[in-house]
Ligand binder design. Structure first.
Ligand SMILES: CC(C)(COP(=O)(O)OP(=O)(O)OC[C@H]1O[C@@H](n2cnc3c(N)ncnc32)[C@H](O)[C@@H]1OP(=O)(O)O)[C@@H](O)C(=O)NCCC(=O)NCCS
Length: 178
């Protein structure tokens, strides 16, 4: 694991003090399991309870080439992550992503820094025209973040996922680059 400070891909980045963003690596499995097991992180994502570091390590080691995964690090602790899947063939102009910030580190600009980095990579290095995502309809913080960087709601998936004893709807949102 490298402690060196990354140079942002996003030319307009202003990361919070002490934050570094870098590629995820196998040595991150323990930290990633801790992040993905947080109740707030789980509530906003498709994570299930009690992820093991072994499951996460295997996922990292078998990461497909079309998946770009970044972690946000403060004081050598992983405090957020974002992963973008670049589709192929006739959908090669498209990608989707998922993300989350540590329950104890929200509202400090970490989510903005992560999404700014993935947008710069998608726009300037993969020439992605259509970036898409799904978000639970009650996830106000995430919806506001996505709207702020140009995503629009396209529709609603009803009973999209099972979460804490009931089905929840999700919006599909996209950002089209002209
Ligand atoms: C959504 C999430 C990624 C935001 O990360 P964050 O680091 O707190 O976000 P930032 O501090 O960069 O805030 C960026 C914007 O998000 C929105 N936002 C963040 N927290 C918010 C809150 N509690 N209420 C309303 N809007 C909020 C605001 O628009 C904010 O911009 P502003 O500060 O100019 O108002 C974070 O809440 C999270 O990880 N939640 C749990 C997992 C999850 O839901 N992942 C998304 C799955 S689709």
């Amino acid at each position: 694991m490298s402690d060196s400070q990354s140079i942002p891909i996003n030319a307009n980045a202003s990361w919070p003090h002490g934050l570094n963003i870098r590629a995820r690596c196998a040595a991150d499995a323990t930290d990633m399991a801790a992040l993905h097991n947080l109740p707030g992180y789980r509530f906003g994502t498709l994570r299930t309870p009690y992820h093991t570091q072994e499951q996460i390590r295997k996922g990292i080691e078998s990461q497909p080439a079309n998946f770009i995964s970044l972690v946000a690090v403060i004081d050598e602790r992983i405090v957020g992550d974002i992963g973008m899947t670049h589709f192929s063939g006739r959908r090669s102009h498209t990608a989707n992503f998922g993300m989350g910030v540590h329950d104890g580190y929200r509202e400090r600009g970490i989510g903005s820094a992560l999404i700014g980095e993935i947008l710069a990579i998608a726009d300037n290095w993969y020439n992605i025209k259509r970036l898409e995502l799904t978000v639970y309809t009650d996830n106000e913080a995430a919806i506001r973040l996505y709207r702020k960087v140009g995503f629009e709601v396209e529709g609603t998936h009803r009973d999209f996922a099972f979460r804490d004893g009931r089905y929840v709807d999700a919006y599909t949102m996209a950002r089209i680059r002209n």
